[in-house]
Write a new protein. Structure first.
Length: 352
């Protein structure tokens, strides 16, 4: 049987650069901070979703590289993981290779199934095919664009499917598009404009911790940055449900001033005030989830990043906060004056 083009089966896709799936607009790369651009090269959260009537296995042709130490994700193992619903069915180890094929046995029933590739190896899916049956793309779900830092990217979750956007996406019936950038996510306004240009049925913004450490912010600066960031996102998504998540617990930073004298507690309060001010100004589709009490110290592997149980708790809190917004009647924005394309469905540009 001939190999099938993987594109119709891929989910969690934001942009493409040639044949690669990337997590920032390649046409707008020059405006990005260096660290954001580096993290955006990893296909975090990208996965295959399919139906397999009559098939006893799926074959996946892929290319994978040994991860650069600067690109490494803490925790995830180099495996292709097959999921059905909320359950991991099996895992198959995959070595880095210029080109290789992994075969994953399927249980009875047509699915839908999800395969999470080993994202830390920058896996590129080259083709898919069924063994003993057919493969069909799974029905598309509403797209949920999630922006944040290393916690959103999934650091210290043991598998990509255990990262909180993946867990909450399954609970909400959404297609999470992971725009988590480790070490970054400091309210970069060019990122807000890129998010504004992406198709999205729901949005979550979860940043602020790196505004205490990596690039120090004062509380007033973060307040205005959050307002500006959301305002730019709303240019493209005026009526889209939007959840703003303030920084999670970080014991060492809570009462410790950064280089501009702001503690993480003060930055968190500034972000929450900014969200509340936007709601008061009439943004009825925006909600704020205070992050301070979502996790306890026992959920933090290194004093900052949650373990699998912490990712699950955060996913549950986000699910509870976002569900009323996504289930409320949609607010229809004005029709665009020209045609629009969903990312990844149009012509490819650039080089592999």
């Amino acid at each position: 049987m001939t190999w099938l083009d993987p594109d119709p089966f891929l989910r969690g896709v934001a942009w493409r650069d040639g044949v690669r799936v990337v997590r920032a607009d390649p046409a707008d790369r020059a405006r990005l901070p260096w660290d954001t651009g580096e993290r955006a090269l990893l296909p975090v959260g990208v996965r295959l979703e399919f139906l397999a009537p009559g098939a006893r296995a799926v074959e996946i042709r892929y290319r994978a590289t040994v991860p650069d130490p600067g690109h490494a994700l803490h925790g995830p193992a180099p495996v292709f993981a097959l999921w059905r619903g909320d359950r991991c069915v099996t895992e198959v180890c995959a070595e880095p290779a210029k080109e290789a094929v992994v075969v994953i046995g399927l249980p009875s029933g047509e699915g839908p199934f999800t395969v999470h590739p080993p994202q830390a190896q920058s896996s590129l899916i080259l083709g898919v095919r069924a063994v003993g049956g057919r493969l069909l793309p799974a029905p598309e779900r509403p797209r949920w664009v999630v922006h944040g830092d290393s916690i959103t990217e999934g650091w210290w979750s043991t598998r990509p499917a255990h990262a909180w956007p993946a867990v909450a996406g399954r609970a909400l019936g959404l297609d999470p598009v992971n725009l988590g950038y480790a070490g970054s996510a400091r309210g970069e306004l060019c990122v807000a404009q890129q998010i504004a240009a992406l198709p999205a049925d729901a949005l979550t913004l979860a940043f602020g911790t790196n505004c205490w450490s990596r690039v120090p912010f004062s509380a007033p600066l973060l307040y205005e940055t959050v307002r500006a960031f959301v305002t730019l996102v709303r240019v493209g998504h005026p009526g889209t449900p939007l959840l703003l998540v303030s920084p999670l617990l970080c014991p060492d930073a809570e009462d410790t001033p950064n280089a501009l004298g702001a503690t993480l507690s003060e930055l968190r309060a500034a972000l929450e005030r900014a969200g509340a001010s936007l709601v008061r100004a009439g943004d009825s589709r925006l909600s704020v989830l205070p992050g301070r009490d979502v996790l306890g110290p026992e959920h933090l592997v290194d004093g900052l990043h949650p373990d699998d149980a912490g990712h699950a708790r955060l996913a549950a809190a986000v699910t509870e906060a976002l569900a009323p917004l996504v289930r409320a009647p949609a607010v229809r924005p004005p029709k665009a004056s020209g045609p629009q394309q969903r990312p990844g469905r149009g012509p490819r540009s650039g080089s592999p």
